[in-house]
Design a protein. Sequence first.
Length: 312
Amino acid sequence: MVVVQVCDATMINSNSTAWFKKILIKMKTFLSLRMMSVAFAALILCSCKTNPEEDKIAVNAERIVSLNGTITEILCELGLEKNIVGVDVTSTYPASMVKLPKAGSNRNINTEAVLAMNPSVIFVTENGLPAEAAAQFKTANVPVIFLEQDYSIQGAKDLIKQVADTLQLQDKVEAIHKKIDADMAAVPKYDTKPKVLFIYARGAGSMSVSGGNTAVAKMIELSGGENAANDLEDYKPYTSEALVERNPDALLFFDTGLESLNGTDGLLQMPGVAQTNAGKNKKIVTMEGHLLSGFGPRIGQAIAHLSKLIHE
């Protein structure tokens, strides 16, 4: 810190005036440089994050675009349903979201359509937005909130808290968390652990199975089942040979996926299906896609529902 002492002008006699003026000029130059240096250093320090709470920027929630179905559901649970002006195709709950303008799906976001919605803020999960789209939103001065999602009970609670914290709605979090706990307490218990294979289908020509690191695999485990393809990573192409080899006790689909295969009757006619325990017992189960894989406020309900489907 630089300390400057100031002299009273009445203390300076007439004989030393010229000399003192020269000293003042030199001091003025020196102090100007020193003060500039101090100011610059202070500017740098102020730009550094010392307290994350102080650095939070107020989010304008008047016109929200949500690019993730789970985030959309959380926003509605927080009382912001009427503030949402656009969503992605996974935002199917509550039903009012289906009628809103669509921004595309997952990694295929239509940035022009989003900007046409005149959003005040955009919500999306980490890795849920292509870099090119993020750059366009930045150029348009539209803030994008990236949120971390983990496929677990605690992960669902954490995501709810992240959204609420961003919007200064922390007072609503506890009630939603308690509802999840109550739903989890109602999940039935079973002694058996059926082997379940989830098949993502968009017609017989486009089918893949869920590996061990997917949201659906986590749901199967939380529901008291065993994922039949835990040895795989992500989603892998479906083959009838692999299906027979894994011999699942139950086959799980999104409801729209089974429909694309002409229902249970159409599925049972496919090679290999009738040879599995699931095919022999006609243990073919379906759930609405977002409920099954969303990991949002209804996670307890989803686990209870899937648990009954695969065990009973």
